[in-house]
Design a protein around this ligand. Structure first.
Ligand SMILES: Cc1ncc(COP(=O)(O)O)c(C=O)c1O
Length: 384
């Protein structure tokens, strides 16, 4: 009888159902070796030479992530930043790339600083407008279109299928930073993307205890080989222990993301009518400008990230963050514990982030507890 194909959630829970062939353990060991024995005839039949290029502890996590993203291959990196920058370093000085204006601030700074100094022609666009992407792309010259959706910290939505069509028509690749959506909600490769990037520090791991990154490719081709060489040459390889922890975290990805998405939607609806809140930014709200596109490319929820703009401006926003007790005042996102952050303070001068914005990463606590805590903080800040 043909084997029944199982849902992505089942694949994740069992980490592809792999069993250690030597011990029959349902959880694989961590391979600590940095080097591998050469055969007597001078060959390397195991396919492994040195652990800066590869490590067997990556196999299960990379296979699982490739399956969840419907990709051909996945590759884990030392951080989200090393995975993202590899995508740009695969091109040459003089090449043109298009990237969203609203995106993870540290990558935007790297593109505006290092990448331009190195010679890449970087053009930033309003990625929530497909016509703006089309206007920026130069047929034959643009090598890469880089989009983050939903994008930090205003959660604007880029239309992945439309961007793929525009990029491919011009001969460019499309890469999506899908850290916030995760493969639970969006599978960019099925919508036409060539590469998917994750800060695996966030939802994929989910427990705020490792720094990690990943790329997934639609095709195991020459470009992918180039990206593999960059990881090996720059040494931006993931640690073995981190790979093992990431695999453990990914087993609970689906229930964590489903819970956080439900909770975030409920909080967005409640804070949208809160007297001390000027605006809630969340793709799941019908009033949100990107809602219609989000509905078509996010399945089963709109994610655990939202932002609230506090009445009273920057002072009131910082005062609110100072008064939370259950939410943790910290940067990052996608962990089981809920985090709150005055984002403009982190991003500094030149940020497109409004000064009255508090970024919320919703974890897996009770939604009512999260509402009550932020509600009391907003009221106390208002009366201070
Ligand atoms: C959307 C997004 N992309 C990329 C990164 C960079 O990832 P890392 O911190 O793992 O290097 C982050 C980190 O906050 C992020 O939020």
């Amino acid at each position: 009888m043909a084997k029944k194909t199982v849902a992505a959630a089942s694949l994740a829970a069992q980490a592809m159902g792999w069993i250690d062939p030597v011990t029959r353990a349902v959880v694989p060991p961590i391979h600590m070796a940095s080097t591998y024995l050469r055969d007597e005839d001078n060959a390397y039949r195991s396919g492994r030479i040195y652990a800066r290029a590869d490590n067997p502890t990556f196999d299960q996590v990379e296979a699982t992530l490739a399956a969840l993203e419907a990709g051909a291959r996945a590759m884990v990196f030392s951080s989200g930043m090393s995975a993202a920058t590899a995508c740009f370093l695969a091109f040459a000085p003089g090449d043109h790339v298009v990237a969203s204006k609203v995106m993870y601030w540290s990558l935007r700074n790297w593109l505006a600083g290092f990448a331009r100094q190195w010679g890449l022609k970087v053009e930033f666009v309003d990625a929530d407008r497909a016509d703006a992407i089309a206007a920026a792309v130069k047929p034959g010259a643009t090598k890469l279109v880089w989009l983050e959706t939903p994008a930090n910290p205003t959660w604007c939505i880029a239309d992945i299928a439309a961007a793929a069509e525009i990029a491919h028509k011009a001969g460019a690749l499309l890469a999506i930073d899908s850290t916030v959506a995760t493969p639970v909600l969006t599978r960019p490769i099925e919508l036409g993307a060539d590469l998917v990037m994750h800060s695996a520090t966030k939802y994929l791991n989910g427990h705020s205890d490792i720094i990690a990154g990943a790329l997934v490719t639609a095709r195991d081709d020459q470009h992918w080989a180039k990206l593999r060489a960059i990881r090996s040459q720059l040494g931006t390889v993931m640690g073995q222990t981190e790979a093992w922890l990431l695999m453990r975290g990914m087993r609970t990805l689906f229930p964590r993301v489903a819970w956080a998405s439900r909770s975030a939607l409920s909080l967005a609806e409640k804070f949208a009518v809160h007297p001390m809140v000027a605006e809630v930014l969340y793709p799941g709200l019908p009033s949100f400008p990107g809602h219609a596109v989000a509905k078509t490319q996010m399945k089963g929820g709109f994610g655990g990230m939202l932002s609230v703009r506090v009445k009273g401006g920057e002072r009131a926003a910082i005062a609110t963050a100072a008064r939370v007790e259950l939410w943790k005042r910290a940067t990052s996102l996608g962990g089981v514990e809920s985090l709150i952050e005055h984002r403009a303070s982190v991003e500094g001068p030149g940020t497109p982030c409004p000064p009255d914005l508090l970024r919320l990463s919703v974890g897996v606590e009770e939604t009512g507890d999260l509402f009550d805590d932020l509600d009391q903080a907003l009221k106390r800040a208002h009366n201070a």
